[in-house]
Each structure stands twice: as structure tokens, then as C-alpha cells.
Ligand binder design. Sequence first.
Ligand code: NDP
Length: 402
Amino acid sequence: MGSVLIIGAGAAGSVVAKKCAMNRDVFTKIHLASRTLSKCEKIQRECKSEITVSQIDADDTNAVIALINQVNPKLVINMALPYQDLTIMDACLATGVHYLDTANYEPKDEAKFSYSWQWPYHDKFKAKGIMGVLGCGFDPGVSNIYCAYAQNNLFDSIDYIDIIDCNDGNHGKSFATNFNPEINLREVTQRGKYWEDGKWIEIDPLSIARMIDYPEVGPRKSYLIYHEEEESLVKNIKGLKRIRFWMTFSDNYIKHLDVLQSVGMTSIKPVKFQGIDIIPLQFLTALLPVPSTLAENYTGKTSIGCIIQGIKNGKPRKALIYNVCDHAQTAKEVGAQAVSYTTGVPAVVGAMMILKGAWKGEGVFNVEQLPPEPFLEEVAKQGLPWHVKEMAVEDLKEPLAA
Ligand code: NDP
């Protein structure tokens, strides 16, 4: 059906390449390019069907343009880091090729992720007649699509959304992050915020926590953090009164984070070390386990979903839409842990939607602006089944437990 260029051969990029290679009816030609060629070659050997590979520095727009011209794909799937979003979007614009990513842009020198850099590409993509799909991983991604599905099918109006994200897995390391350490630590160390009654409310990092009962996992302590899908969902879910995002962190993770932060190891400000400038967080990233190496012997599950409350047929309704994913099963299927799998599989399904024409449009879109039904049908077939659980309606305006 179409040729695809995947950029980024990391933990999630490997899942994308391997799943594309299992779906040759849709992905007729697959090319994987990344900063380190040997990582592409390793994935190439592990794919179930033939893919081609090459080296690319995606910070260089001209190099990406040359690669696109050589590969001639219909779509670029960006599985590199958020820092590369704009250079790759520029290359797609220059060559007239569709674009899809899983995380919004943030500048290297400021830990601030926001759609404010990518949304302004809408008119340029529209003028070029191409489609850009933003944030098509699990969260952002499937979480947004659960909300869109709920808006279309389960509710007449939605008042409250709580996105709940639990990784109850155990990788056996003293401290590791499940996706790129630099991006992960930038995310969790910044101030939290949530949106209520039309305004953003900021809180100190990890200063609000509560117990949340996760399907197939049970009650786990969850921290309110700011997450990027909130920025688009407040615009696209009509009548919304509040949206919050909760994520579990083990006491062990918090203990390490506290120490690393207190000694300045998570800082992104350069410090002089033996006469050269180094960024402490980049140095720490070099010391921490690489996320793509965590899969072996990883046990436990991820349990991620959206608790949505609103009105249906004049009555209050509350429902949880969720997926549970098992680390050992994903390791068996594609040699990756569940966090990489739940990121990579939705990107593949989003790509399928574009190539099959189920998602159409000219411009830049967040995934909740596109039809959720065909995506959810396919994502279940590709390994991420989803479920709707009715919940007792209660007042969600309770004071937040500290
Ligand atoms: P990894 O660090 O494992 O992979 C990133 C890959 O990008 C690496 O292979 C890296 O190359 C490559 N890369 C970095 N810079 C460049 C560059 N300039 N040119 C070419 N390639 C480059 O991270 P993950 O796979 O864990 O995460 C990938 C993306 O997925 C991130 O953007 C992350 O934010 C996003 N994500 C989204 C989630 C969601 O649910 N929406 C959840 C988790 C992650 P090298 O190997 O040489 O370093």
C-alpha cells in the first residue's frame, strides 16, 4: 500500500520497524535510519521480513531531505527524540511527504514541551497537501483516541478526564527509565499542572499523589504530572471542565530521583568539568541503562487508560477505557518491554490509517481530531486490546489527597 521511512532506531523505533515488517500488505517498502547505523542493522536482522537501513543525523534538515528523496516514502514515522521533530517536519514539507510522531517538540536548552512549535506548521502542511499526525504513541496517542471515542460513542458531553498511567513492571535494575532517560527525567522534574474551569493550575513537581486502582494491577500510588496530550484535549474535547494526568512511580524511583536532583545531576545547565562544558543530565543519560536493553527478564504489566465522566441520555456516566500490556509477552513478540511496545504499536497503526486513507487531511492534526473507530479496531488486532469498564459515578471534585 505504501513505502515508509522510520527515523530513530531506539527502544520504540525497533518496535515500529518490527511491526511494520509483520504487516507487508500495508508497508510495501520499509527503510529505517538512525544516528547509529549498527543499531539499525541489529533491528534489520531481527525483522520478520526485509527492510533497508542507513545512517542519518536528523538534526540536519538537508540530510533528511536527501534521505527522503533517496527512499521516496509516502510517510515518515519520527521515532527519534522530540528535539528532531521540527527538522524532520521541515524535510517532509520540502519533499511533500506525510509525517507522524509520538512526542511533541521541546528545545534542548529548555525543558518545556508544547505544541506551540508544531501547530504553526498547519497552514504550511495544508498548502503542500500533506498530513502531519502529532503524538501517536500511547500517551499521548491512544489516550487521546480513547477520549475521542468516548466523545463520539459513550457520552453526550464530557466533564472530567483523568488519564491514569501505571507501569507495574520490574526490570531488575536499581534505577532505569523506560524511555529515553534524558526526555523522561526532563518530563518528571518539571512543575506539574492540570486544567480546571478554563485555566491551568500549576503545582510543585510530584507534590500531589493519590492511590488509584488500576485494572489487573490494583491500587498504586500515582502522582499528578503535566502531560502533553492535555494541551490538545482541552481544545478538542468539547465542554471539558477538568483534565488531569496521573503516573505511578515506585518509591525506589522517587528515592533515586530525589538524590540525583539534589546533587544537580538532572540539570540541563552546562557545568565546567576538566575544562569542558558538560550537561549533567546528558552525562547521567550516558550512565543509565539504555531503554532498549531492559526487555530481558522484565516482568509485570502496564495498565493505562482514561477515566471519563460526563452525561449520557440525561444521566451521569463514568467509564474507564484502558489497555493492559504484559512486559514478558511483548519481549517474546518483538524483543521489547511494554513501554516501548505501547509507544511503537500505535505509531504503526497511525501509519496504517494514513496509508489506507482511514485518516485523511491536509495540515497538522492531533490524533483525537481523526476518526477513532478504525484506529481502535486495528490497534486491538495489532496487540493492544482495549476495554470499557463502567464505574460508579461519584463526585470527582473531591479535594486532592496530598
Ligand atoms: P531511545 O533513546 O531508545 O531512542 C531514540 C533514538 O533516536 C535513538 O536510536 C537515537 O540514536 C535516535 N536519535 C537521537 N537523535 C538523533 C538524531 N539527531 N538523528 C537520528 N537519530 C537520532 O528512545 P525511545 O525509543 O524510548 O523513545 C523514542 C521517542 O518516543 C521519544 O521521542 C519519546 O519521547 C517518545 N515516547 C513516546 C511515548 C508515548 O506514549 N507517546 C512513550 C515513550 C516514549 P542513538 O541510538 O544513536 O542514540
